[in-house]
Design a protein around this ligand. Sequence first.
Ligand SMILES: *[C@@H]1O[C@H](CO)[C@@H](O)[C@H](O)[C@H]1NC(C)=O
Ligand SMILES: *[C@@H]1O[C@H](CO)[C@@H](O)[C@H](O)[C@H]1NC(C)=O
Ligand SMILES: *[C@@H]1O[C@H](CO)[C@@H](O)[C@H](O)[C@H]1NC(C)=O
Ligand SMILES: *[C@@H]1O[C@H](CO)[C@@H](O)[C@H](O)[C@H]1NC(C)=O
Ligand SMILES: *[C@@H]1O[C@H](CO)[C@@H](O)[C@H](O)[C@H]1NC(C)=O
Length: 628
Amino acid sequence: MEFFSFLLFFFLSIFHLSQAQQTYLDNQQLDCYNNVSFTKGYICNGPKKSCNSYLTFRSTPLYDSPISIAYFLSSNPSIIAQINDIPDVYIKIPENTQIIVPVTCSCSGKFYQHNTSYTLKDDSENYYTLANNTYQGLSTCQALIDQNKYDSRNLSVDLKLLVPLRCACPTRNQTNSGVKFLLTYLPVWEDTVSQIGVMFGVDAGSINEANGLSYDSVIYPFTPLLVPLKREPTKIRPSTDAPVSPGPTTTIVRVEKTKSSNKRVIFIAAGTGAGLLLLALSGFLVWFLCLRSQPCKPVLLPEVNKRVAVPEENPGSVSSQGVRNGNIESLTLYKFEELQKATGFFSEAHRIKGSVYRGAINGDTAAIKRMRGDVSNEINILKQINHSHVIRLSGFCVHEGNTYLVYEFAENGSLREWLHEKKYSSTSSCLGWRKRIQIAYEVADGLNYLHSHAYTNPPFIHKDLKSSNILLDGNFRAKIANFGLARTVENLDEGGLQMTKHVVGTHGYMAPEYLENGVVTQKLDVFTFGVVMLELLSGREAASGDEKRGEMLLSASIEQALEGENVREKLIGFFDPSLRHDYPLDLAFSMAQLAKNCVAHDLNSRPTMPEVFLYLSKILSSSLDWDP
Ligand SMILES: *[C@@H]1O[C@H](CO)[C@@H](O)[C@H](O)[C@H]1NC(C)=O
Ligand SMILES: *[C@@H]1O[C@H](CO)[C@@H](O)[C@H](O)[C@H]1NC(C)=O
Ligand SMILES: *[C@@H]1O[C@H](CO)[C@@H](O)[C@H](O)[C@H]1NC(C)=O
Ligand SMILES: *[C@@H]1O[C@H](CO)[C@@H](O)[C@H](O)[C@H]1NC(C)=O
Ligand SMILES: *[C@@H]1O[C@H](CO)[C@@H](O)[C@H](O)[C@H]1NC(C)=O
């Protein structure tokens, strides 16, 4: 404690901490065995426990496309592409380009962080190189040591590490002055605070304040700097076209490269107990050098890199359509007469199903759904969403206690009709393997968007995904529909869960924790999505059987198919016979395995939607290469 207060005093005297929102790392992260708490993360000092935030990352030969960067940093490839003006998620980015990466930042105990994971690939990797080199300073060795159980001498190839990336949510003061996001910026040589300010259109003073810097502080490369933003960032242009604004707040990164930053390290070390530091550092170096002298194992590329290479011959073929361009359109308030005219007075000939009618509005076909009661939930959610794999709500009309919702029209009806209803069962119109994978991929894209990156708004949970809520348009593009039960994650607890007593949903799709305890998390949608994948693979219903023979849940049957002996035969028996064995068995197996993980009983063993999405994009690109 004494040590700590000494440190506090020490920093108070260097920086004007009284105004600080967060403390600048100031190269403290270089000494992996110090005990300075701010090296472990930015402290949770804002009103929000979780928020959207951004990181910058410089592309490297290994991480050189939106999809590989997204995989590496647990972000969303389509949104990376969108923010950085990259036409497609597979496009190779020139080396060393600064890319803006959107992430969700949450408070886990004392510190804000964004979790990602990394599997060690090489004997020369350790906590320090991982934080400083691989993650370019977005994490620190102190945070890695703190949150991974492995001793630093015990790291080996193939160990999977949790990597907490530095991010923060705005403080109340920042929110009051209009700040919406904090971006973790990695300065490069010769950056100045005022240039960084110009780059993001913010005042240099606010950057200084956000980091507890004073006008004459020195900032370092590979050391993150928080930039408070009032709106979402856009592509970073190379600094040559950013004019330097004159002013008193210019803080210059030392240009004399390592020499000056070494000087700085030693200076700080003298202040924090040089003995301890030098001991730790030299021990570290000895160990580091020893490891280095061992013969190198071949570097294993992460899975994703193999995948990234595939679509290059095939550009655009698996592009995620992602977020639609342009602003979210406002909803039209229709007149009842307009809808009557469009649907021939809601005639039987226009009825699609239940209370859904087809109608022509301004020359476009639309689906018009009559609903009773309060439908504000669905309207409020859909009006904020603009994604090509989520059904678009164009407007609504309230008339005599009914609300009529007007949606984009999906010509091919629901996925359920294609898989389970005899309507389309002639073999010529059966959904083939590629179409099925494409549909799974698109639904995952839409769900992933809802979960992580409904960016200006809190993320959503759909809660009622099923094959009848997945619609197919004229080109078999999937659209997630029916947001009647959807909700935002905003008012979930810190742990990201919520309890409800009022369990509603569809039999066969409900996750066990929800069914049994009313626990609501985003993993609920991962489970239902797993069931949908199983429907796509097997052509069977989510729940089948009868009272006499007992009921069979699809989510339970995959377990049996993948366990024990003769897995291959059992799986072939599990797959939809109407596919007529016309599928690549290895990919079908991967997909079954993925679906099984999604329907895991324990919600913590289910993957997250971004993980599912990236995995599916790999299966999809391999499926496109597959020649039946
Ligand atoms: C917040 O702003 C008020 C007034 O502008 C100031 O007095 C206070 O010190 C600020 N708090 C922090 C933590 O910066
Ligand atoms: C680091 O600090 C914490 C509390 O401030 C203390 O409990 C812990 O023993 C310290 N660790 C070392 C290695 O000094
Ligand atoms: C990130 O990882 C930490 C474990 O170090 C955990 O406590 C926290 O809940 C995780 N955060 C999220 C959002 O999963
Ligand atoms: C830290 O990482 C950067 C690249 O991110 C590298 O240029 C620099 O040499 C590294 N520093 C050390 C001490 O390894
Ligand atoms: C290193 O790993 C071995 C085997 O996994 C374990 O027995 C040992 O205790 C570990 N050492 C440290 C210092 O954690």
